[in-house]
Design a protein around this ligand. Structure first.
Ligand code: TRP
Length: 368
């Protein structure tokens, strides 16, 4: 198959197009919540921090409140692509599920399903035909994969590193997800998912009854959140993050170490004073106030007053999340078991139905 050379199959949309579609979707959500099935997910690499909260979790909770059905995939197989150790996977899955519940994702609401893709056999079977719809060149050119390989310093790259975006298409399409909240870095993967859906329908669905929707990106509007160093993106591995589960005292100590500058007068000037601006932006995200107004209020209080304001804002916002987490932690093993058991069952039911439909389209339904 030369699918990738067929110009009609290869219509790539620009970022602006994706953004426009994303805005139109947002406007329709509260009007027609049942038209949408949202699919989102994370790699289980440990507990989450406030960058995750402002970048995606908060939005997931808001969409849940609108009554939009949401599947959340814990992409445990994807962890195998860039690291050798598997020892930490169970603990990381547990931390992730506890954070999901603590921020208010509620698997008991019937709309929210949290599952691990390793436990949904039919989902993984979608991968086989999907791989025949993608060219090697497309996989090699994926900019996000290139960056990940470089960032992890991999010299020996395994095939799953290049094919996990196809697996991700299976994560999304097994439940016919039609909306995927993503950051910019995930857009190439979503674009590939759209192509796979389009190519599958065109190649196999002869009577015009498409099996798969072409899912739309819901582009996150959250600003880029820097770590407490004010330079790099917030990330646990860079040691510059505030974890959701941190205590109030740990939060205060971390903020105290945050980088600022020597000027006493606090002003919001992202280009000239990125470290100070980052802290102001975090306060703004916690309180909903405007960063410039916050700066004016702090005035000539200097870095000390700025940090005190941020510590209080974070601890106020995180208090109920942390309280919920602490209550769940006392029975973590059972809690997580129940969530995954329920979520995996829901995902398996949907995946089985989609696989049956797919086999029928591919002429592989032998009635046995
Ligand atoms: N690739 C995503 C990441 O690295 C995780 C992921 C796996 C995902 N499958 C997904 C995200 C499906 C959204 C939809 O963070």
């Amino acid at each position: 198959m030369q699918e990738e050379n067929n110009p009609q199959e290869n219509i790539s949309e620009t970022f602006e197009e994706a953004l426009r579609r994303s805005d139109a979707l947002r406007a329709d959500f509260s009007l027609n919540p049942t038209k949408y099935r949202l699919l989102t997910g994370d790699r289980p690499t440990g507990a989450l921090h406030i960058g995750h909260y402002f970048g995606s979790l908060k939005n997931r909770v808001a969409l849940q409140a609108l009554g939009i059905e949401t599947f959340i995939v814990i992409a445990d197989y994807q962890v195998l692509t860039d690291r050798d150790a598997v020892d930490n996977i169970p603990a990381n899955v547990q931390e992730l599920v506890l954070d999901y519940l603590a921020v208010g994702l509620n698997p008991e609401s019937k709309h929210t399903h949290i599952f691990c893709h390793s436990h949904v056999p039919a989902l993984n079977q979608l991968l086989v035909p999907f791989l025949t719809l993608v060219g090697m060149g497309e996989l090699y050119r994926n900019p996000t994969i290139k960056e990940e390989i470089e960032a992890a310093g991999l010299t020996n790259v395994n095939a799953a590193m290049y094919t996990y975006p196809v697996h991700q298409a299976a994560d999304i399409l097994f439940c016919k997800g039609n909306v995927v909240p993503v950051g910019r870095d995930q857009l190439p993967h979503l674009e590939l998912t759209r192509k796979i859906a389009r190519r599958f329908n065109r190649r196999f669905c002869k009577d015009g009854a498409a099996v798969f929707p072409e899912p739309a990106a819901l582009i996150s509007e959250a600003p880029k959140i820097l770590g407490l160093d004010g330079v790099q993106k917030m990330s646990k591995s860079r040691n510059n993050a505030i974890m959701l589960r941190a205590t109030a005292d740990e939060t205060a100590a971390l903020v105290k170490k945050a980088k600022t500058d020597t000027e006493r007068q606090i002003t919001y000037e992202p280009d000239k004073r990125p470290e100070v601006a980052n802290l102001l932006q975090l306060i703004a995200l916690c309180t909903g106030d405007d960063a410039t107004k916050i700066a004016e209020r702090i005035g000539d209080g200097g870095g000390g007053a700025l940090k005190k304001t941020l510590t209080d804002a974070l601890n106020d916002m995180l208090a109920p999340i942390r309280e919920r987490r602490a209550a769940l932690e006392s029975d973590a093993v059972h809690v997580v078991h129940d969530v995954l058991k329920k979520g995996n069952a829901a995902a398996n039911a949907v995946a089985d139905a989609t696989l049956t439909e797919m086999r029928r389209a591919m002429n592989m339904d032998y009635g046995v």
